[in-house]
Design a protein. Structure first.
Length: 116
């Protein structure tokens, strides 16, 4: 089972913020993209997939993020939703995804939700 985390961003995360967050996640990691799906992936130097993240999506409906995630925290409105995941059972991958998400939120403001 994957480890999933969602950054619920107050400000839109642009390409510069995403690149900076990838550096925080692991400067030695290799970046790849799946253009048709708007995905960015980070790989360990040994070839293991550590992170997959989607481009930001604007959520216009107030309360929708709380409803979808089942949370009661205050969420900015409107909110930019950035979803990332790591392969299950890989603690290093989970740490990379957490560092990436925290770096995005440090730049944009907001809150996060994770599957654990």
């Amino acid at each position: 089972m994957t480890f999933d985390i969602v950054a619920l961003c107050r400000e839109q995360p642009d390409a510069a913020i995403a690149l900076a967050a990838m550096q925080v996640a692991g400067p030695q990691l290799r970046v790849d993209t799946i253009d048709h799906a708007h995905l960015v992936q980070l790989y360990h130097p040994d070839g293991r997939l550590l992170l997959t993240t989607e481009g930001p999506r604007l959520v216009h409906v107030a309360g929708e993020a709380q409803r979808l995630l089942g949370i009661t925290e205050d969420v900015p409105h409107p909110v930019w939703w950035v979803e990332s995941r790591a392969p299950g059972g890989d603690r290093e991958a989970e740490a990379v995804v957490r560092r990436f998400t925290h770096a995005v939120l440090a730049a944009t403001g907001g809150v996060s939700w994770s599957s654990r």
